[in-house]
Design a protein around this ligand. Structure first.
Ligand SMILES: [Zn+2]
Length: 241
């Protein structure tokens, strides 16, 4: 915690150039804004105004300014010439690429269902039950989002490869911003729960091909919903134009 030495350890250490106490406050502001973005409380495009944020967070404007610099560096916010800083909007190419990559990993897991460890199969059932329970008690978006992603990670877990699970976790982190926006507005958590249950039912019945098809359709639907929600449809139908 000495300010003048060894700051090279953190990637954004150089951005936080003000006093020590200020620095830890900046970190807390960054954490709070990250949480609000990931939990869908702050939508893409929402202006992050220094004055308003300083007031509601009870910190100084320079502290907010430093925190926003970190968020911009993180890719969670963008700085526009005439609009100031706003919550970032994920670009369609990245969303498409992440969707393809996670599809490959999750489908590999589904295809391993028969040969997977019973513990890994049980992890899928547990993740689904926990998600269903969260939907039933109308949990907040942040929790639904987290539990939803846990189901998808558990599918990758069927491969029995911690490395593939780690890769999938990394990929879904990139989608968290976008998913938070979609799930917040979509409000059809129970429909989603039904789709995952159908997938599991097909697996339990031994119909891996049908389960793989169901998953592909589910992921395609998720990608379309994200792009549509964010107004990023790369191939809008004539009716939409
Ligand atoms: Zn899903």
């Amino acid at each position: 915690m000495t300010g003048e030495t060894q700051t090279a350890e953190t990637p954004f250490g150089s951005l936080v150039s003000i006093g020590l106490e200020q620095t830890s406050t900046v970190d807390r502001v960054v954490e709070e804004l990250r949480r609000a973005v990931f939990e869908g409380e702050l939508e893409s495009g929402t202006p992050l105004r220094e004055v308003a944020l300083a007031e509601s967070l009870g910190v100084s404007r320079p502290t907010v300014r430093e925190a926003l610099t970190v968020l911009v560096a993180d890719g969670l916010a963008t700085r526009e010439p005439h609009r100031g800083v706003a919550v970032a909007t994920p670009d369609p190419e990245s969303i498409g690429d992440v969707s393809r990559a996670r599809g490959v990993l999750e489908l590999a897991g589904v295809r391993h269902w028969d040969s997977a460890d019973e513990a890994d199969r049980e992890a899928v059932r547990t993740a689904l039950q926990e998600y269903g329970a969260a939907v039933a008690r109308a949990a907040e978006y942040g929790e639904l989002n987290r539990r939803h992603l846990a189901i998808h990670l558990s599918l990758v877990g069927l491969t029995g490869s911690p490395r593939l699970v780690a890769m999938a976790a990394q990929l879904t982190a990139e989608l968290r911003l976008a998913l938070a926006q979609v799930d917040r507005v979509r409000q059809n958590a129970s429909d989603q729960a039904a789709s995952h249950q159908h997938l599991l039912d097909l697996l339990e019945a031994g119909d891996v091909d049908a389960a793989a098809a169901e998953l592909e359709e589910h992921l395609q639907g998720a990608e379309s919903a994200i792009l549509e929600r964010l107004g990023l449809d790369p191939n809008p139908s004539p009716a939409d134009q």
